[in-house]
Design a protein around this ligand. Structure first.
Ligand SMILES: Cc1ncc(COP(=O)(O)O)c(C=O)c1O
Length: 418
């Protein structure tokens, strides 16, 4: 039975209004520290991830299959949890592919996208039965060669670089010249040249961008995606005898990281998807329609926690120096694609019920000897003491795995799913 759509909490930040002590999976921070032995750590809340996926699948049209892009958070226990929540995985490397397969996710539900796949990646995907999302004609040639050598047929989908872009996106990945996908105007020739003896063409992948909080922009991109897909499927029929079995419409759902940002209006996107499914009935009948999301499913269920190890005042500015920073959480430091650095939501995890009069403005920094190692800048927090927990919310995606963990050879960060 599907639970009700009104699942109360899908974000760790929501707990703040209801509890005096921050907990993940009902464990207070001081206990989590003991579980993982020390700070710094990432903690991910299993139930919030489940809630988020349920809320989304209850909102989206039933024709949509939800896939998880492992790059957002490849922590093995989390990926294993995801295997039971979503219909498929998108992987971006051979290592992610092996992780995906070992969760028990069927190979035909796993796609392998990304430019620059090596012969080794391609062979492994063919052996595993995973679908390669080809990004260039050169990659198709490599797939043909590998399939010939292995005497196995390769499953592929063509990743298309459409002419349109996903407007107001944190990261634009389509439109104009891009290293991702094959330009849509090149697709007819690609279909003519497709080595169908070695290759099984399964579908098209149209991924326009990432970290988008503007529902209208996503709706517009999805409208253009369906129109382009209809054209591509028609071309495929004209040029080949292939009947494709899936269409990956990309994703791009963002999460609010900064004070002025609003949560994405997923209801509006779901309504539009339903309208598109009705409008393109002939196209979508018999096709698996895949929505591929990473951060939206996991970012708000994770926190990064480090400890205050020193307090100092430099020419009137208060500094809290912590045992963690940029080397564990590059995105929070502002060095992972931000143009102007802004603070993620940060609290002192053991001082949630503070007295307003005891607030002080602080700069929170990490232990690295570089001005880039910032955890929070000019932020008002309760007066901190040595040993306090600095907690960074919205940290369940592009955290540990997206950070230069060996930079300055500081201790590594732990991760735990609770
Ligand atoms: C092909 C592809 N799929 C999925 C994603 C995941 O994006 P997000 O985590 O923003 O949902 C990305 C991000 O770069 C991507 O390139």
């Amino acid at each position: 039975m599907k639970p009700s759509i009104n699942i109360p909490t899908t974000s760790l930040q929501d707990y703040l209004s209801t509890c005096s002590e921050l907990c993940v999976g009902n464990h207070p921070l001081k206990h989590i520290e003991k579980l993982v032995s020390r700070t710094p750590f990432y903690a991910y809340d299993r139930q919030l991830i489940i809630n988020r996926v349920l809320q989304l699948t209850n909102t989206l049209p039933k024709e949509i299959s939800l896939h998880y892009a492992i790059k957002a958070n490849p922590y093995p226990s989390l990926v294993q949890l995801m295997a039971a929540q979503v219909s498929g995985f998108d992987v971006a490397s051979k290592k992610e592919m092996l992780l995906a397969i070992q969760t028990g996710m069927p190979a035909e539900k796993i796609s392998f996208a990304g430019p620059g796949k090596t012969a080794e990646d391609i062979e492994a995907a063919i052996i595993a039965g995973v679908t390669l999302h080809v990004e260039s004609s050169g990659e198709i040639a490599k797939v043909k060669l590998a399939a010939n050598q292995l005497k196995l047929k390769a499953n592929i989908a063509i990743r298309v670089n459409p002419k349109f872009e996903l407007k107001s996106s944190g990261m634009k990945m389509s439109g104009g010249a891009k290293p991702f996908g094959i330009d849509e105007e090149q697709i007819p020739q690609i279909l003519i040249d497709l080595p169908l003896e070695q290759i099984n063409l399964r579908g098209f992948h149209i991924f326009a961008g990432s970290q988008n909080l503007n529902a209208d922009a996503i709706i517009s991109a999805q409208q253009q995606t369906f129109a382009l897909a209809e054209h591509l499927v028609e071309l495929t029929k004209q040029i080949t005898t292939v009947k494709i079995d899936y269409l990956n419409i990309g994703g791009g759902f963002g999460v609010p990281y900064f004070a002025n940002e609003q949560a994405l209006d997923v209801g509006a996107i779901a309504d539009n998807l339903q309208a598109l499914i009705n409008q393109y009935k002939t196209l979508v009948t018999g096709l698996d329609l895949i929505l591929e999301l990473g951060r939206y499913l996991v970012a708000e269920a994770g926190i990064y926690v480090c400890k205050v190890v020193d307090k100092k005042v430099s020419r009137g500015t208060n500094y809290l120096v912590c045992d963690g920073g940029l080397h564990h959480h590059l995105a929070n430091s502002g060095n992972f694609g931000q143009v102007i650095r802004k603070n993620y939501p940060v609290v002192i995890g053991n001082k949630l019920n503070h007295n307003e009069r005891e607030l002080e403005q602080v700069n929170i920094v990490g232990p690295l000897c570089t001005p880039l190692d910032i955890l929070a800048d000019k932020i008002m927090l309760p007066k901190a003491s040595l040993g306090d927990y600095i907690v960074v919310f919205q940290s369940g995606a592009y955290g540990a795995s997206a950070s230069p963990k060996d930079f300055l050879s500081q201790p590594q960060v732990s991760e735990v799913l609770l």
